[in-house]
Design a protein around this ligand. Structure first.
Ligand code: C2E
Ligand code: CA
Ligand code: CA
Ligand code: CA
Length: 279
């Protein structure tokens, strides 16, 4: 996983027995991590390609393990998902992100839309709409400043049910984005049935741009399709000036990636906002 930093814990062991032992340990630790306040959020900016300014921000959870250091969500989210802990963790993330949004406003920063990721189990949890409504009410964040990111795969699992859930979220006034778009199998016909606002082009299509002709064509096609459906299109994993230029020339609305900013602490994000005032 090239997303990991140097001191991030990874499952290096090729031995399956050791692996499952590690898993078991991690699972036990994960249960206690919430009470021990070991989770925290980092925030990654999204850039408006027309103005060059900040268009929004995505909350990304981190786990500060006392012995293992910072563990990537790519490792513990699947585990939390399997064990059902994700529902509790997700509630905490939602609350923490909404609260942070209000703190930024109290600091006098312009209002900014905060995106929160949902995994499948959270998305299909019966309490989801309640949890979102509670997080908004308790924090005082305006609903239009919250966006939920769900993947294509999740909504394709059960499209009819997904449409009902998405409609419920929209009714709260919250925005909806399809994350990792393009890696699933949704077509234009599919996507137009879902009440969404934003398409996030998966980073796998951006990685080899501008060199790869197919990836350029797919990305342009997704942007065109998004335009047809009046959706905001954002490209993820933008790491270079060349990628950013290609996307701007292709009339992509927004970019997100290391080229503009890595995910950072709330304090660093405050400084980043002051330097790149919101649109
Ligand atoms: P995602 O939602 O697709 O988030 C994008 C991931 O790509 C993040 O990894 C981000 O740090 C990383 N990234 C951003 N820009 C670049 C770039 O330019 N280059 C590269 N190589 N990577 C970039 P992260 O933070 O490790 O999160 C991994 C995944 O874990 C997320 O993928 C999301 O699916 C999940 N996740 C993160 N936070 C949460 C959460 O609070 N709840 C849930 N349910 N899932 C979460
Ligand atoms: Ca995301
Ligand atoms: Ca993504
Ligand atoms: Ca992803």
């Amino acid at each position: 996983a090239k997303e990991e930093g140097k001191n991030n814990y990874q499952f290096y062991s090729p031995d399956l027995k050791v692996r499952s032992l590690e898993r078991l340990m991690l699972e036990n630790n994960l249960r206690k991590a919430l009470e021990r306040h070991e989770f925290f959020l980092h925030y990654q900016a999204k850039r408006n390609l027309k103005t060059g300014k900040i268009a929004g921000v995505e909350a990304l959870v981190r786990w500060q393990h006392p012995e293992l250091g910072t563990i990537s969500p790519a490792h513990f989210i699947p585990l939390a998902e399997e064990t059902g802990l994700i529902v509790h963790l997700g509630r905490w993330v939602l609350r923490a992100a909404c609260t942070q949004g209000v703190i930024w406003q109290q600091q006098g920063l312009p209002p900014i839309c905060i995106a929160v990721n949902l995994s499948a189990r959270q998305f299909f949890d019966d309490n989801l709409i309640n949890d979102i409504a509670n997080a908004l009410r308790e924090s005082g964040l305006a609903p239009e400043l919250l966006e939920m990111e769900i993947t294509e795969g999740m909504i394709m699992q059960d499209a009819e049910r997904a449409i009902r859930i998405l409609t419920g979220i929209k009714a709260l006034g919250v925005r909806l984005a399809i994350d990792d778009f393009g890696v699933g199998y949704s077509s234009l016909a599919h996507i137009k049935r879902f009440p969404i606002d934003t398409l996030k082009v998966d980073s796998s299509f951006i990685r080899d741009i501008p060199a790869n002709r197919e990836d350029r064509a797919i990305t342009e096609a997704i942007i065109a399709m998004g335009k047809t459906l009046s959706l905001t299109v954002i490209a993820e994993g933008v790491e270079t000036q060349e990628q950013e230029n290609f996307l701007r020339d292709s009339a992509c609305d927004q970019t997100q990636g290391y080229y503009f900013s890595k995910p950072v602490s709330p304090e660093e994000f405050t400084r980043f906002m002051l330097a790149h005032m919101v649109e």
